[in-house]
Design a protein around this ligand. Structure first.
Ligand SMILES: *[C@@H]1O[C@H](CO)[C@@H](O)[C@H](O)[C@H]1NC(C)=O
Ligand SMILES: *[C@@H]1O[C@H](CO)[C@@H](O)[C@H](O)[C@H]1NC(C)=O
Ligand SMILES: *[C@@H]1O[C@H](CO)[C@@H](O)[C@H](O)[C@H]1NC(C)=O
Ligand SMILES: *[C@@H]1O[C@H](CO)[C@@H](O)[C@H](O)[C@H]1NC(C)=O
Ligand SMILES: *[C@@H]1O[C@H](CO)[C@@H](O)[C@H](O)[C@H]1NC(C)=O
Ligand SMILES: *[C@@H]1O[C@H](CO)[C@@H](O)[C@H](O)[C@H]1NC(C)=O
Ligand SMILES: *[C@@H]1O[C@H](CO)[C@@H](O)[C@H](O)[C@H]1NC(C)=O
Length: 529
C-alpha cells in the first residue's frame, strides 16, 4: 500500500456513480413500507431515553434492573455507538448532546478500571466518532480529535517489532496483556485507521493496521485464503488451525473486501485473499441441511473435521459475499450469498419469537458432526421441522441476520427482504420491551424464557440503523458511496472502479502449531460484537 495515493483517493468528496454498482440502480422503497422506518426510529428513541435516564455516560443500560453497566472501559459505549444513528434519523438535539459528552471523555484511564479490548474499542469509539464526523457534515472537529486520542492509546498494542498487535490494554500503564489474539482482532482495524490517517494526516495509523493484515495474509494457512483463528503477536505465528466465518475470525474476512473497496484495490492482496477465502469456503465449508436444503458455511476444526455448526455472528457472511460478489461481478458468489441469507433468515422464521438464536447446528449429507454433544431426540424433532436445531438459545441483540437482509434488499430490490425486516421489528416490539428500554432474551424459542438484563451498545449502532436504512431512501446512504465498518458505522468511499479483479492465491504447505486447549463445540471465542 502506498499511502500518498490512498490519501488522494480518499479525499474525493463528490462523485457520480460511474463504475461497478453494488446496489440495484434506481431502487426505491414502495410507499406501503413507509411506516416501518418510523417504527425503527421509535424503538431507538425509546431505548435511548431509557439509557439516558438510567445509564447516561455508562457503557450500557441494564433494562430490567434499570441501572448502568460498564464492561467496555466505562466511557459510554452506547452513546458513541448511537451517535451516527442519531444523525441518520435526524435526531439533532440528542446528537449534539452526545457530541458535547464525548468532548469530555478522558481516555487516559478507564473510569471502570477495566482492561480495554483493542477490537471492541476501535469498532465503537474510533469508528463511531469518525463516522459521526462525516455524517454530520464535518462540522465537529472534536470528533476527530477524540478518535485520535483513543487510537493513540490503542497504538500501544504494537510492542517492539511485533507486526501483530496485542488484544487487550491497560490504559493507565499503556501496556498490553501478553497472550495470543485472534484474526478478527488483527484484521478489524484497517478501515477505521485509514480513515483516521485521512483526517489527521498521520500515516502511522493506516500503516500499522494494513501491515498487520498484509503480514497475516502472507502466512501459510490450512486452506488457501482461510486463515485460522488464533495468532500469537510475539511469534507472528498462527496458534491453531480452526477455520470459521464465526466470532473470533469473522471480521478479518469481512474487512479484506471492505478495505479493498475503501482503497479501490490499491494493494491487491486484500481482495485476492478475500476471493481465495470465498473460493475455498465454497469448496470445503459450504454445506446444505438434509432437511429444507438450507445453505450454511460450516467450520473446519484443528483436526480438519467439518463441524456442522452456525451462529448469529457468522450470518454477516451473506451480506459480505453480496458486497464482494457485486464488486467482482461474480454471479456465483452473489447467488450463494442469497442462499446463505435464506438459511440465516430461516433461523428467525422458525422460532416462537420470530428472532434467531445465538448458535445452531444442522445435519449435512456428509454427516452431523459438531464437535459437541450428539443431537438429542428433542433437537432432532426440531431439526426435522426446521432444517437446523438450536444449540445456544439466547438473543443478545445481534445484528448480523438483519445486516445481511439489508444487503439482500439493496442488491436485489426484492420486497420479501422488506417483509422480513418488518417482521423483525414486530418481534422486537412484542418480545424485548423491559422495565426500561429493550432487553435481551434467554430463549428465542419460548414465550416465557425471560430476559437477559442487557441493552447492548450495538443495538443502537447496528440493529436499529440497519433496520432504519432498510426502509430509508436507498440513495441516502448507499452501498455505492459508503463502506460500513463491522459495527455499522459507515465511511465515505471513493467512487468505484469500473471493475475489481482478484486472483486466487495458491496453497502453501501449512504446519499447524496448536498451542490452544481443545475447543468447545460452538462459538470458540465469545465476542461481545
Ligand atoms: C453543546 O455545547 C454547546 C457549547 O457549549 C452548547 O452551546 C450547546 O447548547 C450544547 N448542546 C446540547 C444539546 O447540550
Ligand atoms: C492497570 O495498571 C494499574 C497500574 O499498575 C493498576 O493499578 C490497575 O489495576 C490496572 N488495571 C487493570 C484493569 O488491570
Ligand atoms: C502518529 O501516530 C503515532 C501513533 O499514535 C504516534 O506515535 C506518532 O507520534 C504520530 N506522529 C505524528 C507526527 O504525530
Ligand atoms: C509502512 O511504512 C514503512 C516505512 O515507511 C513502509 O516501508 C511500508 O511499506 C509501509 N507499509 C504499509 C502497509 O503502508
Ligand atoms: C466466480 O467465483 C467462483 C468462486 O470463486 C469461481 O469459481 C468462478 O470462476 C467465478 N466466476 C467468474 C466469472 O469469474
Ligand atoms: C439444494 O440447494 C442447492 C443449492 O441451491 C441446489 O443446487 C440443489 O439442487 C438443492 N437440492 C435439492 C435436493 O433440492
Ligand atoms: C449422527 O451421526 C452419528 C455418527 O455417524 C450417527 O450414529 C447418528 O445416527 C447420526 N444422527 C443423525 C440424526 O443423523
Amino acid at each position: 500500500m502506498r499511502l500518498p495515493c490512498i490519501l488522494t483517493l480518499l479525499s474525493a468528496t463528490s462523485y457520480s456513480l460511474a463504475g461497478v454498482t453494488v446496489q440495484k440502480p434506481g431502487l426505491t422503497v414502495p410507499p406501503a413500507y413507509a411506516s416501518h422506518k418510523a417504527a425503527a426510529e421509535k424503538i431507538f428513541t425509546t431505548s435511548y431515553a431509557a439509557y439516558k435516564k438510567f445509564a447516561f455516560g455508562h457503557d450500557e443500560l441494564l433494562p430490567v434492573s434499570e441501572g448502568p453497566n460498564d464492561d467496555l472501559g466505562g466511557w459510554g459505549a452506547s452513546l458513541v455507538d448511537a451517535m451516527g444513528t442519531m444523525v441518520v434519523m435526524g435526531l439533532t438535539d440528542l446528537f449534539e448532546e452526545a457530541v458535547n459528552y464525548t468532548a469530555t471523555v478522558d481516555f487516559n484511564t478507564s473510569p471502570a478500571d477495566e482492561l480495554i479490548s483493542v477490537f471492541e474499542t476501535n469498532i465503537r469509539w474510533v469508528a463511531g466518532l469518525l463516522s459521526s464526523y462525516e455524517l454530520s457534515g464535518k462540522k465537529y472537529p472534536i470528533l476527530v480529535e477524540k478518535a485520535k486520542q483513543v487510537a493513540d492509546k490503542l497504538a500501544f498494542a504494537w510492542v517492539g517489532d511485533n507486526v501483530i498487535p496485542y488484544n487487550t490494554m491497560n490504559f493507565t500503564t499503556n501496556s498490553p496483556e501478553i497472550g495470543t489474539t485472534n484474526i478478527a482482532q488483527v484484521g478489524t482495524l484497517t478501515l477505521e485507521w485509514a480513515a483516521l490517517t485521512k483526517y489527521t494526516g498521520n500515516a502511522t495509523y493506516a500503516n500499522l493496521t494494513a501491515k498487520a493484515v498484509i503480514y497475516t495474509a502472507g502466512l501459510a494457512t490450512p486452506l488457501p485464503g482461510l486463515a485460522p483463528q488464533v495468532i500469537d503477536p510475539s511469534t507472528g505465528q498462527f496458534a491453531d488451525a480452526y477455520l470459521t466465518w464465526g466470532g473470533g475470525s469473522d471480521s478479518y474476512f469481512e474487512y479484506l473486501v471492505k478495505f479493498a473497496r475503501y482503497t479501490n484495490n490499491e494493494n491487491p492482496i486484500f481482495l485476492d485473499t478475500w476471493k481465495t477465502a470465498v473460493d475455498s469456503s465454497i469448496h470445503t465449508l459450504l454445506k446444505t441441511s438434509t432437511v429444507g436444503n438450507w445453505s450454511f458455511l460450516a467450520d473446519q476444526d484443528d483436526q480438519g473435521l467439518i463441524r456442522h455448526v452456525g451462529s448469529h455472528l457468522a450470518c454477516f457472511y451473506a451480506g459480505n459475499w453480496l458486497l464482494g460478489g457485486q464488486l467482482l461481478q461474480n454471479k456465483t458468489i452473489v447467488d450463494i450469498a442469497l442462499l446463505l441469507n435464506d438459511g440465516c433468515w430461516n433461523t428467525y422464521a422458525s422460532t416462537v419469537t420470530g428472532i434467531g438464536p445465538e448458535t445452531f447446528a444442522f445435519i449435512g449429507s456428509d454427516g452431523n458432526f459438531t464437535g459437541g454433544d450428539p443431537i438429542t431426540a428433542e433437537e432432532l424433532t426440531f431439526y426435522n421441522e426446521h432444517g437446523f436445531y438450536i444449540t445456544g438459545s439466547d438473543y443478545i441483540q445481534r445484528p448480523e441476520v438483519l445486516e445481511s437482509n439489508f444487503y439482500a434488499w439493496r442488491v436485489t430490490g426484492d420486497t420479501k427482504y422488506l417483509d422480513r425486516a418488518a417482521s423483525a421489528i414486530a418481534s422486537f416490539n412484542k418480545w424485548l420491551p423491559a422495565n426500561a428500554g429493550f432487553a435481551s432474551l434467554n430463549d428465542v424459542n419460548s414465550a416465557d424464557g425471560g430476559f437477559i438484563d442487557i441493552q447492548e451498545s450495538f443495538w443502537f449502532a447496528e440493529v436499529l440503523k440497519y433496520l432504519y436504512l432498510t426502509f430509508d431512501d436507498p440513495s441516502h446512504l448507499s452501498l455505492d458511496t459508503h463502506v460500513w465498518n463491522t459495527e455499522c458505522h459507515p465511511f465515505e468511499a471513493p467512487p468505484a472502479l469500473d471493475s475489481y479483479t482478484a486472483k486466487l492465491i495458491p496453497q502453501k504447505p501449512f504446519t499447524p502449531h496448536i498451542t490452544n486447549q481443545p475447543r468447545p463445540a460452538v462459538s470458540p471465542i465469545p465476542q461481545l460484537e
